[in-house]
Design a protein around this ligand. Structure first.
Ligand SMILES: NC(=O)c1ccc[n+]([C@@H]2O[C@H](COP(=O)([O-])OP(=O)(O)OC[C@H]3O[C@@H](n4cnc5c(N)ncnc54)[C@H](OP(=O)(O)O)[C@@H]3O)[C@@H](O)[C@H]2O)c1
Length: 328
């Protein structure tokens, strides 16, 4: 199987597609084969603009095409589950944008479909594949900061568009689904365990979605996590890991680039650790090829995605109800 080249189809003309086009063009095991849109004209124009060989005027038509192996699903959040399942049932592997779904039951249905149809389904958490993330985890696991006590993080930006899928409650809008998913995923990955309890506060906007959110998670082993996310503050994205013997500061945790530096503080001294990175979105594309062509488990497993969704749901429930919530 390893000689095969995977033929990818983009499910829609979503803005985020652009992130995948370059890694797909630069890969030896993956090829950008097609784009589908809800309208023929849009698909044709997009294909022409981006030099994509084929264009489909409906999502169904691309899923039915035998010459497509992998679907990239960057639809609005509320459509992730339904179209991923439909793609799996058409025999396609799926790389689906974050958050994988907006209900635990949806993730379970996606996992059932993937198993039944013998295809790979994985969440497109690009930062997880980057060498910087792997390095931070390695430092933690090697005891570089002693016992992990607290994980802190933030992800905000000013959303200036008046109309956006992120502001529509019916589409899985809200800052926790859009941005909070990152610090939550980061904390869970670094702790290496699932949170027991969640507490959150939110400031809803005009449409009712959380536009500013602060959340806390309590993990086994007395590890605590705290984050904020939101659409009503300038761009900020950082993580800090605090241990019994020191701390690690990650200035660019979610969108790391080709050269990155993290800060390791121990015994009142701060050391800069520089490292070579990689093109951010190439990791998830190559991970998909590893999974489909070489039978490796995807780095972001469906169990992992399910746990991230469960943590977000508990945080949102806590904010609505004004009480700590057990993470289910
Ligand atoms: N990993 C990352 O770095 C990253 C960054 C940004 C966004 N994302 C994720 O990617 C997804 C898309 O975000 P985006 O900002 O790229 O979205 P977007 O530009 O609004 O694109 C969504 C696309 O979905 C299609 N669509 C189908 N049904 C729709 C409906 N009812 N309403 C609106 N659009 C509909 C449209 O394509 P057609 O008209 O062509 O059918 C539209 O272009 C989200 O899940 C988001 O969380 C990930």
């Amino acid at each position: 199987m390893t000689n095969r080249v995977l033929r990818w189809g983009l499910l829609s003309t979503a803005r985020i597609n652009r992130a995948l086009i370059t890694p797909l063009l630069g890969s030896t095991r993956n090829r950008l084969a097609a784009v589908a849109s809800r309208t023929r004209d849009k698909a044709d124009a997009y294909a022409k603009e981006n030099n994509i060989p084929r264009a489909f005027g409906s999502y169904e038509a691309m899923l039915a095409d035998p010459d497509i192996d992998v679907i990239y699903n960057p639809l609005p959040n509320h459509l992730h589950a339904a179209w991923t399942i439909q793609a799996a049932q058409a025999g396609k592997h799926v790389l689906c944008e974050k958050p994988l779904a907006i209900a635990v039951q949806e993730v379970e249905a996606m996992a059932d479909a993937a198993a039944a149809c013998k295809v790979v389904v994985a969440e497109a958490f690009m930062y997880r594949h980057h060498p910087q993330t792997l390095k931070v985890k390695e430092l933690l696991d090697s005891g570089a900061i002693g016992k992990l006590r607290v994980v802190k993080g933030a992800f905000t930006f000013n959303l200036t568009r008046e109309v956006d899928v992120r502001l529509d409650p019916a589409m899985g809008g809200g800052s926790v689904w859009d941005l909070g998913c990152y610090p939550i995923s980061y904390a869970r990955t670094m702790v290496g365990a699932e949170p027991l309890e969640a507490f959150g506060w939110q400031v809803p906007g005009k449409t009712g979605v959380d536009e500013t959110f602060t959340g806390q998670l309590r993990f086994p082993g007395d590890v605590l996590a705290q984050f904020d996310c939101g659409f009503r503050a300038p761009f900020r994205a950082h993580m800090e890991l605090v241990g019994s013997e020191g701390c690690i500061t990650v200035p660019t945790p979610f969108r790391p680039g080709l050269n990155e530096t993290i800060l390791l503080t121990r015994h009142d001294k701060t050391e800069s650790i520089a490292m070579a990175g990689q093109a951010l979105y190439s990791g998830e594309v190559e991970d998909m090829a590893d999974a489909v062509l070489d039978g490796k488990a995807p780095r972001v497993t469906l169990a992992d995605s399910r746990a991230n969704v469960a943590a977000m749901l508990a945080l949102l429930q806590s904010a609505r109800e004004g009480r700590p919530v057990t993470v289910g």
